[in-house]
Structures are given as C-alpha cells and as structure tokens.
Design a protein around this ligand. Sequence first.
Ligand code: FAD
Length: 513
Amino acid sequence: MESNAMVWFRKGLRIHDNPALDRARRGSSHVFPVFVLDPSYLRPDPSASSPGSARAGLNRIRFLLDCLTDLDSSLRRLGSHLLVLRGDPDPAAVICRVIKEWRIGKLCYEFDSEPYGQARDKQVEDFTSKLGIEVFTPVSHTLFDPVEVITKNGGRPPLTYKSFVALAGEPSESLVETYSQLPPVGNVGESELLSIPTIEELGYKDIEQEEFSPFRGGETVALQRLEEALKDKEWIANFEKPKGDPSAFMKPATTVLSPYLKFGCLSSRYFYQCLQDVYQTVGKHTSPPVSLVGQLLWREFFYTVAFGTPNFNQMKGNKICKQIPWGDDEELLVAWREGRTGYPWIDAIMIQLKKWGWMHHLARHSVACFLTRGDLFIHWEKGRDVFERLLIDSDWAINNGNWLWLSCSAFFNQYHRIYSPISFGKKYDPDGKYIRHFLPMLKDMPSEYIYEPWTAPLCVQKKANCIVGKDYPRPVVAHSTASKECRRRMGEAYAKDQSIETDNKAVSGSKIV
Ligand code: FAD
C-alpha cells in the first residue's frame, strides 16, 4: 500500500535535527520534499533604493538560493531531491493543490510563529483538516514552544529576560540520527517543477555593486562555521556580550551564525547542545544574559514576546510599546539609510548593512539609537523596515524586538543613555580601519579627524582628497544639540505615557556609553 508524505520546507532548510523531515520519512513509501518560491519575495524591484526585491535585499535572496542549492545537494546524496514550485497565486494555494495531485497522506512542516507564517499555515490547515490528512508541525525553529511558555505564565508572555529564563527551563534534545537514505520522491504528474534559479535568472542583471556579502548560505557552511567557532573552547567559554569589538569586520567578534539560524540551516537546539558540551569540558564559563547560550535565549525571549503580543511590530495598538510622537523627516531618513549622515561611524555601519547585510550587534545599537531617540527622532518602524529588507539575518521577532528596545519603546527605558556617534566607535577602532574600508572616500583622512572629518582644516581635507560638503557630507545634525532635544522629547513622551505593560518596573540593559 502506497503512503505518500510531504515535507514542506520554508525555514528549517537543513537535514540535521529536522523533526518534520524525520516524521515524513517514517513509514512512508515516498517523500516529496518541497520548497515554494514566492515571486513577491524574489522579483526585482527597480524602484527600491538598493538591489533586491521589495521585501528582500539581493544579499538575502542570494543567501536563500545558496541554502536551497545546498539542501538539494544533501537530499540528492540521500537518494531524494528538492521539488521547487512556483508560488502562484501564493505558496499555501500551491501546497493545497499538490497535496491533492500527489495523494499526500501525511504533511510535515515546521511550526512558524510569525504572523505571515501563521496566516499562510492556517490556509493549509483548513484545507487538510477537510481531507483528513495527517499533519505534523513540530516546534523546531526555536528552542522552546512560545505557546507553552505563555501558557506556563498564565496566558501572557513574560516581559523580562529574567522571567523568561526562569520559566523556560531546558530545551528538548536534538535528533541525533543521521540518514543514509530517504524514501524516493513519488510521481509528480503534470506539476511544473522549477530548477533553483540563479540571481541572473531571477532578473538581477548588471548590478553595480563592488562588494557583496562574504557570508554564503546553506547548512554545509553553517555547520562548518559552527565547528570552527567551537574549536576555540576558551573563546566560547569566555564569550561576553556586550563586550566585543563592533568594528572588527575581517574577523567579526561574534559567531555570525544569525543568518543560518534565520533560515534554519542551523538548528538552534543543536547549537545550544554544542555550547553545553563545550561548557562541560572547560568547566568555568560565562552565563546568561552575556554568554553565548545567553544570546540564544535572547532569541527565544523575543520570539515568545512577539508571539504573545498583538501588533508587536508597530507602535499603535501595541500594549507594551511606549507611545512616542516620532518625527517623519524623509530627508533625514534617506541620509541615514544611504549612509550619508556625515557621521562616519554611523555611515560606515549603514554601508556595511547595504554591502554585507550583516553588522555587529553594537553597530546595530549605534545606528538604531542614532535614528530614533539619540539624534534624528525618527520612528523606529522606519528603521525596522530598512533592516528588515537588507539584513541577511532579518527576523521578524528579533528585529522588531530589538528596535523596540533600542528606541526605548519597550523592554529598556534609559533613554538618557545615548550612544555617541563619535566617541563610541573611536573607543574600539581609534584609527578608523572600519570606516576606511566601508567609506573609501575617507581612506586617507588622518586618524585624528576620521570620526569628525568636518573638523579637519581645509588643507588636511585637500591632502586627504576628501572635501567635506563635496566628497563626504557635512553632519545632518549637531549631535550635542540634537541628542539634548531628543532627551527632552523622550522625557515628555514618557511623562505622558504611563500605561505600559511590564512585569517588572525596569529591564536592566546593556551598558551604553
Ligand atoms: P552572536 O552574538 O554570535 O549570537 C548567537 C545568536 O544569538 C545569534 O545568531 C542570534 O540568533 C542570537 N542573538 C544574539 N543577539 C541577540 C539579540 N540581541 N536578540 C535576539 N537574538 C540574539 N538579529 C537577528 O537575528 N535578526 C534581526 O533581524 C536582528 N535585528 C536587530 C535589530 C537591531 C536594531 C538590533 C540592535 C539587533 C538586531 N539583531 C537581530 C540582534 C543581534 O544584533 C544579532 O542577532 C547578532 O548581531 C547576530 O550576530 P551573531 O550571529 O554573530 O550573534
């Protein structure tokens, strides 16, 4: 008797520790591994401010294609292959169609807690429940099930990291079994299957960008990167955030595993266990919130709060978000987005975002603070949108959570502590190597002026081939006065808005200079 199962890949683009794939293969004569390409995610948008689609920058699209190619190769080694379908009119509708066509009796896909994923999966659930198909949707993108944590907390998400950690407990163990063979793919009938497209086949031609992200996607790279990090047991054991140099770009100060976790090329559960194994062998190690395990728990914290908070991604209608009368100066926003604020530290970070799609955590802090409560007083949702499109690790829960944090809209309320766009970066990188790399027009500026080129005498600017106001912009605001005005406006907004839900008065934050 034939029994057809389908594993529907969305995130979770991996073979290791993949409960959906594991369940699909058990007792099935055929397994159909499917990925649906969503045209709205991939289609070039010529009106966008940088190469990519309306929803994703080119770096992330390329990263996704890498992930799919790698997944397909791994499946082929197991006697299977990835079935790539066009998501017309939308991915859920396509899945419903092929479930019928291919006589699928068992459908397996990873639980997705994001609103977009929830709505998409609801469509499929409604369809499968009518057909009486077995559906398995394990929680495997995160360490913990947000529903369980919220239930344990009486139906509300815990609103501090500490209370989250106290509730969460230990995650379940990852699957250790490795496969040598998967059941073969069944008959796909008349369905149109696509090959994994290249960037050029998607319509991205003649892209003028001299530098792309050095981070390539896929489970193979993810596991290599993890293995490399784990070799340095001392580093793992002593990892402490927010310590670490945000300007280190050739060898970043953190793992750069976020894009792999975002697409699920790396199982967070497996990562967590590897860290625990290192801790056991070395003995003494750092602890949450600053340790590497602590970083994974930040991820969990934001996933849980995001899942349990209506309108988490906006200020309006969001019970945990301070109501702040943010400005909407389009010129300032564009200057920030395009790396033209006139503050080299801020601009270099924004150019790294454009070129690489990844920046260090404290670099993200600097630019998010600058845009919102530090200098420009622009709505955090605008900055969130720019990050959402350009980051290769762009993640709905984590991105919104951190923007809420940095703008002092939720979780963190010490709005008087503002990052200096001058002295903060200088502390780590006095010579400005990071700035010189990402802002080549400043490469010959003497170190003493690299963070404040507008203070360099004209003869120095001429010698450095960089005239401020011509080759590099003047500062869009004066930090000393702009930051004072921001503090005043935040104070006013806080005084007016006392209605915020917290489960502790204040959330302790990372040290800000
Ligand atoms: P590591 O320090 O090596 O940490 C390991 C993992 O822990 C990360 O890969 C990540 O999954 C998790 N993690 C680390 N820091 C955080 C954090 N503060 N919150 C939640 N999880 C964390 N991270 C994203 O993955 N996607 C985003 O869209 C995103 N947007 C952000 C927006 C702003 C404004 C800020 C300030 C931070 C944002 N972060 C985001 C969090 C953090 O900056 C990145 O996760 C981290 O820099 C990724 O680098 P890494 O993998 O080397 O981190």
